[in-house]
Design a protein around this ligand. Structure first.
Ligand code: CTP
Ligand code: MG
Length: 196
């Protein structure tokens, strides 16, 4: 309805402030179950490393000490819990303008995010980067890519009906910014050793 209220000319539709704002909120809404697992893993992670200390054929760690079972599971559970809360809030408050999330979508967002992070660490070790070393772009987009690969594989219809080009553009723009801000907060509060 906000479309017809503005104009029926396409270029004006796409740049209307309402449309931009709703797309931004939609991008944040969709990505919250994928963003949260990273922070929760950083706060609650620790203990046994997923690779159990084992090394790959190149003699370096498979994933490294920054990828732990506790971080993986606590992060995924946190992403699923926030997603379930979002599903209920949207229904209860009648916020139907927001994109619809479903349980399978939320599970794939949360699990995909931390699996993407894990795969990134695998390649980071192959490139001989130490745990915590910065790897521009990969560090910022690993969880978005992981989440999208999972969604495209198992919830393709949801992706093409829900993710508009503008929502995708917002995700690409806000992800590195949010990542930076959250990591600086993590660094200042002592959760992370480095601000990235
Ligand atoms: N973490 C964890 N388990 C995971 C993911 C993250 O325990 N599956 C915790 C670790 O304490 C990790 C912190 O969250 O140090 C930050 O995550 P991230 O930046 O992804 O890890 P790095 O330590 O930077 O390791 P890498 O170089 O492999 O990215
Ligand atoms: Mg890191």
């Amino acid at each position: 309805m906000f479309i017809s209220a503005v104009s029926n000319r396409y270029w004006e539709i796409t740049i209307s402030p309402d449309f931009l704002f709703i797309s931004l909120i939609s991008a944040l809404w969709i990505m919250l179950p994928a963003y949260l697992p990273n922070s929760v893993a950083a706060v609650l992670g620790g203990g046994k490393a997923i690779d159990g200390g084992r090394v790959f054929s190149d003699g370096r760690r498979i994933f490294g000490d920054g990828k732990t079972w506790r971080g993986l599971f606590s992060g995924i559970i946190a992403g699923i819990v926030i997603g379930i809360i979002q599903i209920r809030v949207r229904d209860a408050a009648g916020l139907l303008i927001l994109p619809e999330l479903t349980l399978p979508v939320v599970i794939l967002l949360a699990a995909g995010a931390l699996l993407g992070d894990l795969v990134k660490s695998f390649f980071k070790r192959r490139l001989n980067k130490e745990r915590g070393a910065e790897w521009i772009l990969a560090d910022q987009y690993d969880f978005v890519l992981g989440a999208f690969v999972m969604l495209l594989l198992f919830q393709y219809a949801w992706v093409i009906t829900t993710i508009t080009p503008l929502i995708l553009l917002w995700i690409v723009l806000i992800t590195p910014l949010l990542h930076r801000v959250v990591n600086i907060i993590g660094y200042l509060t002592g959760v992370k050793d480095v601000p990235w």
